[in-house]
Design a protein around this ligand. Structure first.
Ligand code: CUA
Length: 174
């Protein structure tokens, strides 16, 4: 079979580009913790305010008995709630996201946080912030006319200066 040398060259370039992309995906998955969302937990988006976990008082940062930190946030046109939270740097954090209306995305630069927030599902991602600062939280799925303005911020403080939120005896955050 005869293959034109020029055609052969193009085929090699295409294969090289494919190999490069697969390589980048492998490096991201293995070394940067970037992977496709595999959490298939479902939730009734219309009843979020009534659900135990995502009721207003439970949103934001919580520390369990083992010292593990979970951050629960709600995405809705056009922001992420709660608007203001503080988390420690260089610490493993489990983020749980839900949408109250349509499909949103969340992206936090300098971390592996980039996922879709699909109505009816809980998106969960483990991440950590490399250094203290003010990190932007951006929506990266088109969700309506206000999409460009859908962003919020997370305060990341030095690990040893971070104060865990206090839960009062009535179960309400102070
Ligand atoms: Cu929310 Cu775009």
């Amino acid at each position: 079979m005869h293959i034109d040398p020029l055609e052969k060259k193009w085929a090699q370039i295409v294969l090289a580009i494919c190999a490069l992309f697969v390589g980048i995906i492998m490096i991201d998955a293995l070394f940067h913790g970037v992977n496709a969302p595999s959490n298939v937990e479902t939730i009734d988006s219309a009843k979020l305010h009534l659900s135990e976990e995502f009721a207003e008082d439970n949103l934001g940062v919580q520390v369990d008995a083992n010292g593990d930190i979970t951050v629960r946030m709600v995405a809705g046109r056009y922001s992420f709630f709660p608007k203001k939270i503080a988390v420690p740097a260089e610490t493993k954090l489990t983020f749980r996201w839900v949408s109250i209306d349509v499909l949103h995305g969340v992206h936090i630069p300098m971390t592996n946080m980039s996922t879709m927030i699909v109505p009816g599902f809980v998106a969960q991602i483990e991440t950590s912030f490399p250094k203290p600062g003010n990190y932007p939280v951006l929506c990266n799925e088109y969700c309506g006319l206000g999409h460009d303005h859908m962003w919020s911020k997370i305060d990341v403080v030095e690990k040893d200066q971070w104060i865990a939120p206090q839960i009062s005896s009535t179960g309400v955050k102070e």
